[in-house]
Design a protein around this ligand. Structure first.
Ligand code: NAG
Ligand code: NAG
Ligand code: NAG
Length: 214
């Protein structure tokens, strides 16, 4: 009897939340992107103004241009592009990568990522906070997971273009793209911070900054 009571009590305890974003407090809350942010997210569009279109998004149907120095393109399907995601704690991206192209090392501070390769052959790699590197070559139909906040990349190691769709447990996962974050910030990171951090001469920092318009 006592153990049954304990079990019932345990089951009644609130389960810890595993979602990255807070749970929604209503069926939906289509973001009013023009509204001033007054809470942890966007204010809701008036319910009487909501239409079917608010629940659908075709922004990931088009191939992104990979004609850039990385040879890759990330098309975001987050709350800013698809306001219907507001407060629901999920979003998706489309990643197009040309042969030899790279989605450069980056991290998502607010979400764990899962992804599925739709086309091509990619080396997907991640690095832990303990500086351990894990990687695998993936082809169509294969999935990967990137734990929240960890640095990761995708490199097209095949002969054809690659396509991935990724999913996040945040409506706005954010992305810290390491080369841009360190070498292309608005107000530059001081050169002596970068020479010291990477243990290189000023000329190396100048060269890297020049590649990113610095
Ligand atoms: C609702 O729709 C009307 C008419 O389209 C528009 O004028 C108004 O700003 C909308 N209000 C909100 C809160 O979205
Ligand atoms: C690629 O970009 C370069 C410079 O940004 C441009 O000159 C070139 O026409 C572009 N090529 C294609 C195929 O769009
Ligand atoms: C991935 O594939 C590339 C090209 O085929 C190969 O050079 C590389 O060793 C592979 N890496 C892993 C981790 O299997």
């Amino acid at each position: 009897m006592t153990s049954e009571l304990c079990l019932i009590l345990l089951l009644l305890l609130p389960f810890p939340s595993h979602s990255a974003d807070p749970d929604p407090l209503q069926d939906f809350c289509i973001a009013d992107l023009k509204g001033t942010i007054s809470a942890n997210g966007f204010p809701c569009k008036l319910a009487s103004n909501v239409t079917s279109d608010d629940f659908f998004f075709d922004g990931l149907s088009q191939e992104g241009s990979t004609n850039n120095s990385f040879g890759s393109s990330v098309t975001q399907g987050n709350v800013l592009a698809f306001p219907g995601l507001n407060t629901l704690g999920i979003s998706m991206n489309r990643v197009d990568i040309a042969p030899g192209g790279l989605n450069p090392p980056h991290s998502h501070p607010r979400a764990t990522e899962s992804g599925i390769v739709v086309q091509g052959k990619l080396l997907v790699g991640l690095i832990t906070t303990g500086n351990v590197f894990y990687s695998k070559n993936l082809t169509a139909g294969q999935m990967f997971v990137i734990p929240r906040g960890l640095v990761h990349f995708q490199l097209n190691v095949g002969q054809e273009k690659a396509l991935i769709f990724t999913a996040f447990n945040s409506h706005l996962p954010g992305a810290v793209v390491l080369p841009l974050n360190l070498f292309a910030s608005t107000a530059s990171v001081p050169d002596n911070v970068l020479t010291k951090a990477f243990q290189v001469e000023q000329t190396v920092i100048d060269e890297i900054k020049s590649k990113f318009g610095g």
